[in-house]
Every structure is written in C-alpha cells, then in structure tokens.
Design a protein around this ligand. Sequence first.
Ligand SMILES: [Zn+2]
Length: 213
Amino acid sequence: MTELQLRKQIITIALQMNSLGINRGKSGNVSARWKDGFLVTPSGLPYETTKPADIVFIDAKARARGKRAPSSEWRFHFDIYRAKDEVHAVVHTHSSFATTLACLGMAVPAFHYMVAIAGGNSIRCAPYATFGTQTLSDHALKAMEDRRACLLANHGMISTGTSLAGALALAVEVEALCEQYWRALQVGKPNLLSDDEMILVIEKFKTYNAPAH
Ligand SMILES: [Zn+2]
C-alpha cells in the first residue's frame, strides 16, 4: 500500500466511524502505522472535509510532519505503536455506551463470551486523566496490557487492530458489548463467565472463525 492509499483509508475509516454511529462530530481519531511512525487524523477538522494531505505523520521521535496539527490524542497512539508491535491501526471514539460505562468508571466483565474479542476476560477502564496528556497515555497503556481495547474513564474508548478495518470492527464490537452490558444491568445482575471459560473462548478465537482484529 502507498502512503497516499493509507491516508485515504484513514479518512474512509474515520467517516465510517461516524456513519456507523460510534462517533459524532470531530471527537474521535484514527491512525495507522507507517514507516518508523504513524499517520493520524488532524486536530479539529471535520472528516467530511479532511483531505489526504491533512493527515499528519508522526515519526519515531514524536516529531509531527504535515500542514496541520495532529489530533490532540496523538500521544496514546504513539505509545501504543511503540509498545505493541502487532498493532497497525488505532481507533479512538466517544461512542455512547462505552463512554457511559467509562463515566461510571466501570470495566466490562465477562458477562458475554465476546468480551474475549478484546483479548481477555474483561475490557478494562483506564483511570481518568486530562485529554492529550502523557498521564492519560500511561493509564491507557496499562489498561491495554494483554488487551486490544480499553475504556477511558470520563472520556471514551480505544480500540486497536492489525489493520484499520480490524480496529474499526473491534470498536463497533466493544460499543455493542457496552450497550448489552448496560442493558443487562438495567434488569438485574448479569451472570459472569468463569476465567476458565474465557480462556477457552480466547483459544477458540485464535483457531476457529476468528473475528477480525
Ligand atoms: Zn477523546
């Protein structure tokens, strides 16, 4: 894939994030690994008017190159690519149900086997820190240990993937799980699956009908 194709794909995924209803306006951001760094959506520009040249490159030394400022959340994108070799794309959104649980400081436990799609027996919620800070990035990285996604307290969620399509699909899945968990909580106390069962499901995902990630 050429750099131009990847820049176009980032915009397509950002637009899909909004059309799928998991993001509104300009609050989310999208990035993809490129060369020794990554390409990321710019700060404060509606995706509808974002052009490939507006996408910002950030190199391995955290230097931004481009005609616009990178998303204010570029730090956790930077740290995720540095910490996780397998990650090639990152999607960040303030989707409604993930953000609702995050505002309550709630993690998503193993109430449904699909929670394993995020890599473990829960989807953790990182403690609150101001947007754009190194502290937020540090909290997010810790919440994403052995995980492909996490919630961010009083903020939203982060999802990752080996491709842009995979990161978007996981964000959609995490949002659906957060909605289902929230709905179950309205009626009662969901039955949680055991750690052994979740280990089994994680193994099955590796070999059988593995969802995109
Ligand atoms: Zn945000």
